[in-house]
Design a protein around this ligand. Structure first.
Ligand code: ATP
Length: 266
């Protein structure tokens, strides 16, 4: 996260790609997201971490227009995602949490669908699909049904689909989940190159090591509240990100009970 831009500073405002202003989302009596503020600048590589159920996916879904906030504002490139959704969504690439892909399509058809939906012509889609497939190591899989892909391959084709229209902002929910270390390295390289050319990445992950290696900003969210945010160095504050995370999220409780599990092992 970077310092909040003031309206009096037009250059800073221009460089702010994403603004979350007091976002709130409730599901019945559960407040999943409880007043989240965040700003991400152009060229930022920003990570959101938090324990299971902390509100990461809910936050990302409100950013990408998949889930309407109860309160608060989301702006992407100055456009309100919920008041001007078409304009805001044009500049976003999304990897949602539950990959609801049209998996009766082949990888090639899926990329074609994703590109066409974003207004690309057939030739551009074909060229970009081949390049993406090569970058993600999916060349041999493009002709196969996505339903037959492994979990990691599915994640990679979904990532490729999220990028095909060269969005300004990529919002990626757990992009490294189920992805092998070599592929994760490749994905990281692609994202770093994208950021170096002015793209902006916001991702959630449980991989503290990866966040420390590649992100310049991070927010730790617990029970829907941002407990710490800023540069990775500022948040880890002389410790490792994992230790800082455990400190804020509450390190593991001593396991009591469950003797039934252990007794049969004696
Ligand atoms: N559609 C829904 N209906 C009811 N409750 C929901 C819904 N979506 C999320 N929640 C609740 O909101 C809270 C935040 O969930 P969310 O999926 O955002 O967490 P998360 O940080 O992404 O977790 P994880 O790391 O496990 O993916 C949880 O308590 C969850 O049960």
């Amino acid at each position: 996260m970077h310092d909040r831009a003031t309206p009096a500073d037009p250059l800073a405002a221009h460089d702010t790609v994403l603004v979350l202003d007091n976002l709130v989302k409730r599901f019945g009596s559960t407040t999943a997201v409880d007043g989240v503020n965040l700003e991400v600048l152009r060229g930022g590589f920003y990570g959101i971490v938090g324990p299971n159920g902390a509100g990461k996916t809910t936050t990302l879904s409100m950013i990408t227009g998949l889930l309407r906030p109860d309160e608060g504002i989301v702006k992407v490139n100055g456009r309100d995602v919920w008041k001007d959704p078409a304009a805001a969504k044009r500049s976003i690439g999304v990897l949602p949490d539950k990959l609801r892909l049209f998996d009766r399509l082949t990888g090639r058809q899926l990329l074609h669908y994703a590109g066409s939906l974003r207004g690309l012509n057939g030739r551009t889609v074909r060229e970009r699909s081949e390049e993406l497939a090569e970058a993600f190591g999916l060349q041999d899989a493009l002709g196969r049904l996505v339903s037959d892909y492994s979990a990691g391959m599915t994640k990679k084709v979904a990532l490729a689909a999220s990028m095909i229209h060269s969005p300004r902002l990529l919002v990626l929910d757990e992009p490294f989940e189920a992805v092998d270390p070599v592929s994760a390295d490749t994905v990281t390289d692609i994202l770093l190159k994208y950021v170096a050319h002015g793209g902006t990445v916001l991702l959630s992950s449980h991989s503290m090591g990866m966040i420390e290696r590649v992100c310049d900003g991070v927010a730790i969210i617990v029970h829907g509240v941002v407990l710490s945010s800023g540069t990775v160095d500022a948040v880890r504050n002389g410790s490792t990100l994992e230790d800082r995370f455990l400190e804020l999220a509450g390190s593991h409780k001593a396991v009591e009970g469950m003797e039934w599990l252990l007794s049969s092992l004696d």
